[in-house]
Design a protein around this ligand. Structure first.
Ligand SMILES: [Zn+2]
Length: 399
């Protein structure tokens, strides 16, 4: 009996190494598009034999495909391997107070299916069966021979757990404070589940298919109902101790300023968020409840909306300066549930701080860029998170 424990430890280390090596190989194929066996061995530092084993395993699972042979120098042309888009799928679900957004993506993160379902309540007893039904429908949409499901990313508005910011916020879900969402969703869906906040999920979507595919370190400012932040640093997600890092909306930009739903005064999202825009316009007798209302007002050069943009740009520019100094990102990306043209206008209006660590002579990118936006951003990001977990992300594109 005594010998079993150390054997188990050795076994788990070997398993961990095997999984790590698989991830490294998938990460390189993702970065380079296609590679031969010898190139993969060289890039990963693994022996040719070890590489052959990993390739055989990944090919057996249909996660990679062997393509045409390509001549490089002397010798037999090498078979080129690529990721197989149809090798696996991942589910992404965003749970909002009044709706469930469900997405299905392939192994490259490309969208296969999206759907929005209205829910009467955000309590677990309503949400769990609705999410199960939505996921079943998503999977049946791709036919009977669906590839393996890698998992489901579930996006819920943070903060997670009872914390100081938990208040009467409009964006909060009812009935989840004392629950373990991961365990509950794994139980109904029967696949591995990962729970994330909306901004982090959107940041990953941006890195998979959006404006950040070439970036290793960036800040993603997410316009949801409030204002969130996803930070990717050297390819890794910055989560904090409890998954609550990035509550940018509740950073105080004006002491004693406007009252926020969190109980503080002067929070950034009381000035710069969709909610802030809608409240500002309401006071001027205009309705801006959704993205289309905002798009229409912008297209009509509405002076009140222009005024709000100017007002919102200043605290945002200050916050961006802080993000630059704190995280040293390659760029700050603005995205989420805002019309893209409105985000463009906001970026044009930003009077960025002249002296931050991001002001560099060797910059090739603008300091602030517009990201992908749309109502499915977070759900697609949640699915992308699952794909993201199957490879080591921090591999430079430059070999
Ligand atoms: Zn606040």
């Amino acid at each position: 009996m005594h010998r079993k424990a150390p054997l188990k430890i050795i076994g788990s280390n070997a398993e961990r190494t095997r999984l790590h090596n698989r991830k490294v190989v998938l990460g390189h194929l993702r970065s380079h598009g296609k590679l031969g066996r010898a190139e993969l061995a060289r890039l990963t530092g693994l022996s040719t034999q070890a590489m052959s084993n990993i390739i055989a395993e990944l090919e057996g699972e249909a996660l990679i495909l062997a393509g045409e042979r390509q001549t490089k120098g002397r010798g037999l042309p090498a078979v080129q391997y690529t990721l197989n888009p149809a090798g696996a799928v991942a589910l992404g679900v965003e749970v909002r107070p009044n709706a469930i957004l469900c997405a299905l993506v392939n192994f490259l993160g490309d969208t296969l299916y999206t759907k929005r379902i209205h829910i009467k309540s955000s309590e677990p007893a309503v949400v769990l069966p609705a999410v199960k039904a939505a996921c079943d429908e998503a999977l049946s949409s791709i036919g009977k021979n669906a590839p393996p499901v890698l998992g489901a990313g579930i996006v819920m508005p943070g903060p997670f757990g009872r914390v100081g910011l938990t208040g009467a916020g409009k964006a909060e879900l009812v009935g989840w404070d004392d629950k373990d969402p991961q365990a509950l969703f794994e139980d109904v869906l029967q696949v591995p589940v990962r729970v994330e906040n909306d901004a982090t999920a959107a940041a990953i979507a941006e890195q998979t298919t959006g404006s950040a595919t070439e970036l290793q370190s960036f800040c993603f400012v997410y316009f949801g109902t409030g204002l969130g932040l996803g930070v990717i640093s050297n390819g890794e997600i910055l989560r904090g101790a409890f998954g609550n890092a990035g509550e940018l909306g509740h950073v105080v930009v004006e002491r004693g300023g406007r009252l926020c739903s969190c109980g503080n005064r002067g929070c950034l999202e009381t000035y710069t968020s969709r909610m802030a825009a809608s409240e500002f316009l309401q006071k001027r007798g205009k309705s801006a409840e959704n993205q289309k209302d905002l798009s229409d007002l912008l297209a009509a050069n509405d002076p009140d909306l222009e005024e709000w943009i100017s007002e919102a740009a200043d605290p945002l520019a200050q916050a961006i300066g802080t993000l630059e100094n704190l995280f040293d990102p390659e760029a700050v990306i603005l995205g989420g549930a805002m019309p893209p043209e409105l985000l463009e206008r906001l970026i044009e209006k930003l009077d960025l701080i002249d002296a931050t660590v991001s002001v560099r002579a060797d910059r090739t990118l603008p300091r602030v860029v517009r990201g992908a936006s749309g109502w499915m951003t977070a759900a697609l990001g949640a699915a992308a998170l699952i794909i993201h977990d199957t490879y080591i992300p921090s591999i430079s594109k430059v070999a």
